[in-house]
Design a binder for this molecule. Structure first.
Ligand code: LEU
Length: 517
């Protein structure tokens, strides 16, 4: 077996894992989800999901990854196959490869907007667009949806190319010289930028005491942190909270496992996994929660902030934030920090999403690192064209729904059943605690074995009853978008079939070789 790459240092590994988890989800998705789901009402199911789904799955995925790595596998098909010798297991693993690949395609495009907008901040390009309509129109003309400030999609296309190039350049340099190095630079910078922004936000007070004495940062914090028990009966909020935990921690997509596969057999995973989850949560609920919502509450009031959040995932980050920057002294500088912070958060996540596929091509097909990276870079470049040009028709939303919301839960359900019930919880527990630098509370043995799978099952059943049919039939989708949405499904199906076929070919080849021996 060829010698596998390794992480250079422990701190590098933890930063890379934290970089994988900390992403646009922490700064953009989280505030929007919290605001859409009633602020304080959201946080209770959120923490429940963190302790019953997020942290247990974090440990499981590190264990699955380190175990698979022992057999030379950095992607889910091989990992599942190592834990469960049944023909189907590698195909269930293929789902993991599919999810990370699809997310990579649309996520890098959003990430590239942040790079663009950091440039537009420092050059004050959007200064003068001071109303919601004007700023929305700026964003939409950048995205090629209308013609206004930008007459073509070229600037967006340019930043997309730069972003893709940077991603694949880092991936080309490999685990420790590429991904680890990036994390060592990007993560501390991200922290610094976030802290500067938080300080700026909390010192804002009440920007307009005469006309709007109750519009202030405190009201924003109160909105998020005053628990609201009245809405706990609403299943939607529980599902949204679980979805956010999945997305933000990067569980259920095969990327944490891929990173963990570069550990040595006796390296700790208990403490490292917990550190990763804690770092992510610190960034999300302390830093992420202290920027977009409080600042919007101070300038627009809580009601409008909730309206903004309801207007979609990008309204808060790309529309309302730039309006606020224009009201601040040195706003161009704070805007630059905000969007560059998002870019760093994004790129440390997007490289993780390509890693399983790279590992797959190298390990299961014997393709060289350079060629595997180039091949995937090229494929992502082709696929991203659809996202860029059909953005207006919901292409990105469709991919985000099936891969980034639904797929994660389904994959995690398969994974935990294989880990806790087929591989077996006793062996699984031994894996999690092997080499551990902390004592993992025994209660997690039972949580992983019973509660997490049941919780996931509950989510799936709820989805089947409530959402499956209307979503599948695209109820509520604009009629003119339906063909494009089907197009997105077609593209995803194509990617899925391609991955399944590759898995089949790789295993057929391997079986033949084994028989020949
Ligand atoms: N965990 C990442 C984030 O919070 C997302 C994931 C899809 C890579 O942005």
């Amino acid at each position: 077996m060829a010698k596998r790459e390794r992480w250079g240092t422990r701190i590098g590994l933890i930063l890379a894992m934290a970089g994988n988890a900390v992403g646009l989800g922490n700064f953009l998705r989280f505030p929007v989800q919290a605001a859409q789901n009633g602020g304080g009402a959201f946080m209770i199911p959120y923490f429940a999901a963190l302790f019953l789904l997020g942290i247990p799955l974090m440990w499981v995925e590190w264990a699955v990854g380190r175990y698979g790595g022992k057999f030379g596998h950095g992607s889910a098909p091989g990992m599942f196959d190592a834990m469960w010798k049944a023909p189907i297991s590698k195909y269930l693993g293929a789902l993991g490869l599919f999810i990370s690949t699809v997310i990579m395609v649309y996520y890098t495009y959003i990430e590239s907007w942040t790079l663009g907008f950091s440039f537009f901040s420092i050059t004050k390009a959007y200064f003068g667009e001071t109303t919601f309509d004007a700023m929305r129109s700026f964003l939409q003309s950048y995205q090629g949806i209308e013609k206004n400030y930008f007459q073509s999609i070229l600037p967006a296309y340019f930043f997309m190319c730069v972003t893709l190039f940077l991603n694949f350049f880092i991936l080309y340099r490999g685990i420790s010289r590429g991904i680890e190095m990036l994390a060592k630079i990007a993560m501390p910078t991200l922290f610094l930028f976030a802290i500067i922004l938080v300080i700026r936000v909390v010192t804002l007070g009440t920007p307009d005491p005469v006309n709007h004495p109750d519009w202030n940062v405190e009201s924003g914090f109160a909105f998020i942190w005053n628990p609201d028990f009245s809405k706990l009966g609403d299943a939607k909020i529980w599902l949204a909270a679980a979805g956010q935990i999945f997305f933000t921690l990067s569980v259920g997509m095969g990327t944490l496992q891929a990173y963990a596969s570069y550990l040595r057999e006796n390296d700790d995973i208990a403490l490292s996994g917990l550190s990763t989850a804690s770092t992510n949560e610190f960034v999300e609920v302390i830093l992420g929660a202290s920027i977009a919502i409080p600042v919007a509450a101070a300038f627009f009031g809580i009601e409008t902030t909730q309206e903004i959040a309801k207007g979609g995932a990008f309204n808060l980050g790309f529309v309302s934030m730039p309006i606020i920057f224009q009201k601040l002294p040195f706003g161009e500088f704070f805007g630059f920090l905000w969007f560059l912070l998002l870019f760093f958060a994004g790129i440390t996540s997007s490289v993780a999403m390509a890693q399983p596929l790279i590992a797959f091509l190298k390990e299961e097909f014997g393709i060289s690192h350079g060629r595997a990276t180039a091949l995937i870079g090229f494929s992502v470049f082709i696929a991203i064209q659809f996202v860029v040009f059909f953005l207006k028709h919901g292409f990105l939303d469709e991919m985000d729904y099936w891969a980034g919301t639904f797929g994660l839960v389904l994959f995690a359900l398969f994974e935990i059943i294989i880990f806790a019930w087929i591989f077996g919880m006793d062996k699984g527990w031994a894996e999690i605690t092997k080499g551990a630098d902390i004592k993992v509370p025994k209660i997690f043995y039972y949580i992983i074995k019973y509660i997490t799978p049941l919780y996931l099952l509950f989510i799936m059943v709820n989805w089947l009853i409530q959402d499956a049919v209307p979503t599948f039939l695209m109820q509520g989708v604009k009629p003119e978008d339906i063909p494009y949405r089907w197009g997105a499904r077609g593209l995803m199906l194509l990617i899925f079939i391609a991955i399944i076929l590759m898995v089949k070919v790789a295993w057929d080849k391997r079986n033949k070789q084994n028989r020949g021996k």
